[in-house]
Design a protein around this ligand. Structure first.
Ligand code: GLU
Length: 499
């Protein structure tokens, strides 16, 4: 039975790298008919941030990543918030003490700080480990009765893992293969703090065991913790899950981890949703990204499908994703590519859905349009945009006559004979009974050809009068949409202003 978990700490807005971790876990679970669990790792109360847990859940919802067991969903392994499980961890720390795999340490933070400094002075790094633990203030160096007395007197203590000396720890990672680390390079990590709370390591391993997690898929920043986690499973005598450590998301330049500051500097979000607290941050959702595009882009940041295919729906991702095709080296984020994905998804989106959004957009500018008109406009210009909000820049002239005329375009396109041509065009248009796009185009072109006026000379000047600059879709579609009366009015006004 595949059971995987996403285990974020609610310390702020969830980074897009975190969303990718959740996504890969979710895809893996769905593909294997397994269970996707959301566990909130909030034992470090000093780093707890109000609103972060809600943000995590809302982000997953927006992405379409559905949680099977979690804080909201419940489930057989609950509670899923570590702060609600805190009574449970002490017992496991005790178990390790009894087995001799952990010990009690009374060293105060000040004492440790002093040691650290004196080591540094000699150019060394202090490590609480097998080499020196016997000389420090702990249950391995003190007499049994001394330890009992100190505990009785309420002297604060922590519980540390007793990392063995000079032992090769052999590990396997689904992405990185076989890994070996010698235990002498590792220190005796704190498992249980003096405030009665477990550290990440203990709580994480205990919960993965109790929740029967079969595969741990997480960011590579946790790889250095893997030897300790292996040793903990070993000490408890528990079966280990399989592990996969995902590559980093890199800055667009390729060096270093993608951070919020890169986003601020280069103008793209690094968080799925807007973060409204404290140091506010923009989000993909509010920037106008479609969740499918965001998810698709994220899926390919680290995973390589092995084909040229780039557009994947969630169902296709579930079918085709494989951990074996996740790379070891960091995946470079490309903001241009993110936009490209959104462009693709906007073209694939149901016309009625975009049109409904467009009606809202237009309403915000002070205009009411019918669904039918909205559909026509969206259909005309959607291939030119990557975001719904960009539709306005492509269609503003359907609602508003130009108030000025682009200088460069006037210089280039408004010729000496333009006023005469436009006067004549005006009467051609005025004489038309029907004002459909195809009819007007046919009539106007016949008139141009008959008089040998030159298509460019007429059409460019005409566009300038209708739009105010050299942009927009097919001109006959524009005039049909605004209607004969408005077309003539714009010609008159332009002639007046440019002549
Ligand atoms: N709480 C850790 C985090 O915030 C979880 C790491 C893990 O998945 O083991 O990323």
């Amino acid at each position: 039975m595949v059971r995987v978990r996403f285990a974020p700490s609610p310390t702020g807005p969830l980074h897009m790298g975190g969303v990718r971790t959740a996504l890969y876990n979710y895809l893996f679970a769905r593909q294997k008919n397994g269970t996707f669990i959301l566990r909130i790792e909030d034992t470090d109360r000093s780093r707890f941030v109000e609103g972060a847990e809600e943000y995590i859940m809302e982000s997953l919802d927006w992405c379409g990543i559905k949680v099977d067991e979690g804080v909201r969903e419940g489930g057989k392994s609950g509670p899923y918030r570590q702060s609600e499980r805190k009574e449970l961890y002490g017992k496991y720390a005790e178990e390790l003490l009894k087995k001799g795999s952990a010990y009690i340490a009374f060293d105060t933070p000040d004492e440790l700080e002093e040691l650290r400094r004196s080591y540094e002075k000699k150019g060394n790094t202090f490590m609480y480990n097998a080499r020196i633990r016997d000389r420090l203030n702990n249950s391995l160096s003190l007499q049994k009765h001394e330890v009992q007395e100190m505990i009785g007197e309420g002297v604060p203590y922590v519980i540390r893992f007793k990392m063995p000396h000079n032992e090769d720890i052999e590990m396997d990672d689904m992405i990185r293969g076989h890994i070996m680390v010698n235990s002498s390079t590792l220190d005796d990590k704190i498992l249980f703090k003096s405030d009665g709370m477990p550290t990440y390591h203990l709580a994480n391993v205990v919960d993965d065991h109790l929740m029967e997690i079969s595969h741990v898929i997480r960011g590579v920043e946790w790889l250095p913790s893997l030897p300790l986690h292996y040793m903990l499973y070993h000490a408890f005598g528990w079966d280990k899950p399989s592990f996969a450590h995902l590559p980093l998301l890199l800055k667009p330049t390729g060096n270093g981890k993608l951070s919020k500051r890169d986003g601020d500097k280069l103008g793209f979000p690094v968080f799925p949703l807007y973060w409204p607290h404290g140091d506010k941050a923009r989000g993909y959702r509010e920037d106008g990204y479609l969740p499918g595009a965001f998810v698709n882009m994220l899926a390919l940041l680290g995973w390589n499908p092995g084909t040229e295919k780039e557009i994947f729906s969630m169902d296709e991702l579930i079918k085709e994703f494989s951990i074996e095709r996740v790379g070891k080296s960091g995946a470079r984020f490309d903001a241009g590519k993110a936009k490209w994905f959104n462009h693709q998804y906007m073209q694939l989106q149901n016309l009625d859905d975009v049109s409904t959004e467009y009606i809202h957009l237009v309403k915000g500018k002070g205009y009411d349009i019918s669904m039918d008109k909205s559909r026509r406009l969206v259909d005309m210009v959607r291939e030119r945009v990557s975001f719904v909000h960009e539709l306005w820049e492509q269609t503003d002239f359907f609602f508003e006559a130009p108030s000025s005329y682009d200088e460069k375009a006037v210089k280039k396109r408004w010729k000496e004979n333009s006023p005469a041509l436009m006067e004549e065009l005006r009467s051609v248009l005025e004489g038309l009974d029907s004002f459909g796009s195809e009819e007007t185009e046919k009539e106007v072109k016949e008139w141009i050809n008959k008089n040998e006026y030159g298509m460019g000379a007429v059409m460019n000047a005409f566009r300038l009068l209708i739009v105010g600059e050299m942009r927009g879709p097919h001109l006959f579609d524009i005039i049909t949409f605004i209607g004969k009366e408005e077309t003539l009015r714009r010609i008159d006004r332009g002639l007046e202003m440019l002549t």
